[in-house]
Design a binder for this molecule. Structure first.
Ligand code: CDP
Length: 570
C-alpha cells in the first residue's frame, strides 16, 4: 500500500482500533479489510446468494489504492460495535424546552459516535419575548446556542475529534443582528460554524436598498423593519473581521429539496456541504482525482473509464453504508432510509490540475471542473438507477421531484466535502481547494506539527534536478513559489497557491462544481489580509449570481489561531 508518513500517523492516532492502553490492535491494512468486509455484507440484504467476497475485494482495492475513501466515521466505526458511519446530521430545534434539550441530548449521542450536527435556531422565539408557562422572558436562540456549545465541549467525537456543529439563523429572525456579531470574540461558541440563512427576497431588497421585515417565529407577526442593505453590510463586516458567520441561500437549498412534502430544508451539516431535512443523516465519500489520471502521448489526462468504474463502485459502497449503519436514534434511521441520500465527491482536484499542467485560476480549469463533476453526477445517477432495479427505489421516490420514469435508489448522489483528514490519508490536496502552500506546517489536534511538501511539486522539481531541502525551506518561508527565481517560469505559472488565486476564481471554481452537484460544495474563499469589505461584498454578490448555495470566506490572519499557516518554519 502506498500510504505516506502523515497518513500513517493520522491513521494510527485516530482510526485504528486500540486496546485499553491505547495501543493499536489492528494494522492499517486490517482497518481496510474490516471496513470493506462490513460494507460488502449489505449485499446479502438484497440477494441472499450475493458473492460478498468479490464486492469486498473491489471495496478493499479501491480504498487501499487510495482511489476512494468513505468519510471518517465509516473508516473508524465500520465492523465495530459502535457502527455509526455517517459524518452529517441535522436535528430539529422547536420552540420548547423539551425540544431544545432533546436536541442537545441527540447531538451528544451523535458527537460521541463521530458525526457532526447542524441546527436551525430560527424557530426559537426571540430574546426577551414572553414565556406563557412561567410568565418569564425567553433567552433567545443565541443563549441556547451557547448551551449546545458547552455540551459539545464536554464530548470528544468518537473519543478522537472535537464535536462540530452548524448553527443557522434566518435573516428575518428578530435576533439576527445579535447572531451576526455573536462570534466577534472568536473564543466564544467555538464548537459551531455559523451561517446566516439568506432568502432571495432579502438579497433583492439588499440590492435595492429596501427595508425588510423581522418576524417573530412564535407569533408569526412582523415585529420590526430593517434596511436590508445595512444588514447585508453587517454580515460582510463580520465575515471580513474573522470569517464568521458565513452565508447560505435557503431558497436554493429548498429548490433542490427532492421531497418538499416532508418539510423545508433549514440547515446543513457543520461544514455546509450537506443540506438535510430534520433527522436526516448522510454518509459521504470522496474520489481521489489524482488516481484517475493516466499518461497519454507524454501528457497527463483524465482516465474517464477508470473514473466511471470508480463512481459505480463508490455509489454501490455508499448505498451499502446506509444499510449497515447503526444509527444513533430510530428516528434518524427511519428518516435517512426514506430518501437514502448519499454524498459522493472528489478530493485532489488541485493536485490533478498540477499533474495536467493546468493553472487553477484559468478558464480551462473551470471548464474542466464542470466536465468532471457533470460526469460523476451522471454516472452516479446511472448507477443509482441500476441499483434501484435490483434493490428498489428509495421509499419516497414517488412523491419526490425526481423524473418519475427512472426509479433511483438514492435521493441525492453528489456532495463535495472538505476532506480535511481524508485528503491526508489520500496524500492529496483537499476537496476542490487550491493548494494552500506547497511546503507547509500542519498543526494537528494534539499539537504535533507535520512538515509537508506537495508531492506533485516534488516530483516535477526532481525530474529537473532542482529539488533540495534548502529550496523547500525557502518556499515554506515565502508561502508561494511564484516569486522564487530558481524555479522555471512554466512551473511557477502552474503551481499557483491559494493566495495567488483571486477570490473571484475561488468562487468561479466553487460555482463550476456546484453546477453539477446535487447537494453543496465545501469551499473557503480565501482573501489576503489587505482585502477590503467591498472585496468581500463583491464575492457574496458573485457567488449569488453564479448559483452557489453558500459562501464561507476567510481573510488571512483574521483569527489568532488558524489551522493552516504559510511562512512559518521552525
Ligand atoms: O475528511 P473527513 O472525512 O474526516 O471529514 P471532512 O470531509 O473534513 O468533513 C466532512 C463532514 O464531517 C463535515 O462537514 C462534518 O459534518 C463532519 N465533521 C465533524 O463532524 N467533525 C469534524 N471535526 C470534522 C468533520
Amino acid at each position: 500500500m502506498k500510504i505516506n508518513k502523515n497518513a500513517e500517523t493520522v491513521l494510527k492516532q485516530r482510526y485504528l482500533i486500540k486496546d485499553e492502553n491505547g495501543e493499536p490492535v489492528e494494522t492499517i491494512d486490517g482497518m481496510f479489510v474490516r471496513v470493506a468486509r462490513a460494507i460488502a455484507e449489505a449485499d446479502t440484504l438484497h440477494d441472499e446468494k450475493a458473492d460478498t467476497t468479490e464486492t469486498e475485494k473491489i471495496f478493499y482495492d479501491m480504498m487501499t489504492n487510495l482511489e476512494f475513501l468513505p468519510n471518517s466515521p465509516t473508516l473508524m466505526n465500520a465492523g465495530r460495535d459502535l457502527g455509526q458511519l455517517s459524518a452529517c446530521f441535522v436535528l430539529p430545534v422547536e420552540d420548547s424546552m423539551e425540544s431544545i434539550f432533546e436536541a442537545i441530548k441527540q447531538a451528544a449521542l451523535i458527537h460521541k459516535s463521530g458525526g457532526g450536527t447542524g441546527f436551525s435556531f430560527s424557530r426559537l422565539r426571540p430574546e426577551g419575548s414572553t414565556v406563557n408557562s412561567t410568565g418569564g422572558v425567553a433567552s433567545g436562540p443565541i443563549s441556547f446556542m451557547k448551551v449546545f456549545n458547552m455540551a459539545t465541549e464536554a464530548i470528544k467525537q468518537g473519543g478522537s475529534r472535537r464535536g462540530a456543529n452548524m448553527g443557522i439563523l434566518r435573516i428575518d429572525h428578530p435576533d439576527i443582528l445579535k447572531f451576526i456579531d455573536c462570534k466577534a470574540d472568536n473564543t466564544e461558541i467555538t464548537n459551531f460554524n455559523l451561517s446566516v440563512g439568506l432568502t432571495e427576497d432579502f438579497m433583492n431588497a439588499a440590492e435595492a436598498g429596501r427595508e425588510y421585515e423581522l418576524i417573530d417565529p412564535h407569533t408569526r407577526k412582523a415585529v420590526k423593519k430593517l434596511n436590508a442593505r445595512v444588514v447585508f453590510n453587517k454580515i460582510v463586516d463580520a465575515a471580513w473581521r474573522n470569517g464568521e458567520p458565513g452565508i447560505i441561500f435557503l431558497d436554493r437549498l429548498n429548490r433542490d429539496n427532492i421531497v418538499p412534502r416532508q418539510g423545508q430544508i433549514e440547515a446543513t451539516n457543520p461544514c455546509g456541504e450537506q443540506p438535510l431535512l430534520a433527522h436526516e443523516s448522510c454518509n459521504l465519500g470522496s474520489i481521489n482525482l489524482t488516481k484517475m489520471i493516466k499518461k497519454e502521448g507524454g501528457s497527463a489526462v483524465f482516465d474517464w473509464e477508470k473514473l466511471e468504474r470508480t463512481v459505480e463502485n463508490a455509489v454501490h459502497f455508499l448505498d451499502n453504508v446506509i444499510d449497515v449503519n447503526k444509527y444513533p436514534l430510530e428516528q434518524i434511521s427511519f428518516t435517512t432510509k426514506q430518501t437514502r441520500k448519499i454524498g459522493l465527491g472528489v478530493m485532489g482536484w488541485a493536485d490533478s490540475l498540477l499533474m495536467m499542467g493546468i493553472p487553477y485560476n484559468t478558464e480551462e480549469a473551470v471548464q474542466l471542473a464542470e466536465k468532471v463533476m457533470a460526469f460523476i453526477t451522471e454516472k452516479g445517477r446511472e448507477t443509482s438507477r441500476k441499483l434501484a432495479e435490483k434493490r428498489g427505489a428509495f421509499p419516497l421516490f414517488a412523491e419526490s421531484t425526481l423524473p418519475q420514469d427512472k426509479p433511483q435508489r438514492n435521493g441525492t448522489i453528489t456532495t463535495i466535502a472538505p476532506t480535511g483528514t481524508l485528503s491526508i490519508i489520500g496524500g492529496c490536496s483537499s476537496g476542490v481547494e487550491p493548494v494552500f502552500a506547497y511546503v507547509f506546517i500542519r498543526n494537528i489536534m494534539d499539537g504535533t506539527e507535520l512538515l509537508e511538501v506537495n508531492p506533485v511539486l516534488k516530483e516535477k522539481l526532481e525530474e529537473r534536478g532542482l529539488y533540495s531541502e534548502d529550496l523547500m525551506r525557502r518556499i515554506a518561508k515565502e508561502g508561494t513559489v511564484s516569486h522564487i527565481k530558481e524555479i522555471p517560469e512554466d512551473i511557477r505559472r502552474v503551481f499557483v497557491s491559494t493566495h495567488d488565486i483571486s477570490p473571484e476564481y475561488h468562487v468561479r471554481m466553487q460555482a463550476a462544481f456546484q453546477k453539477f452537484t446535487d447537494n453543496a460544495v465545501s469551499k473557503t474563499v480565501n482573501f489576503s489580509n489587505s482585502a477590503t469589505r467591498e472585496d468581500v461584498a463583491k464575492v457574496y454578490s458573485l457567488a449569488f449570481s453564479l448559483g452557489c448555495k453558500g459562501v464561507t470566506i476567510y481573510r488571512d490572519g483574521s483569527r489568532d489561531e488558524q489551522v493552516l499557516n504559510i511562512g512559518k518554519v521552525k
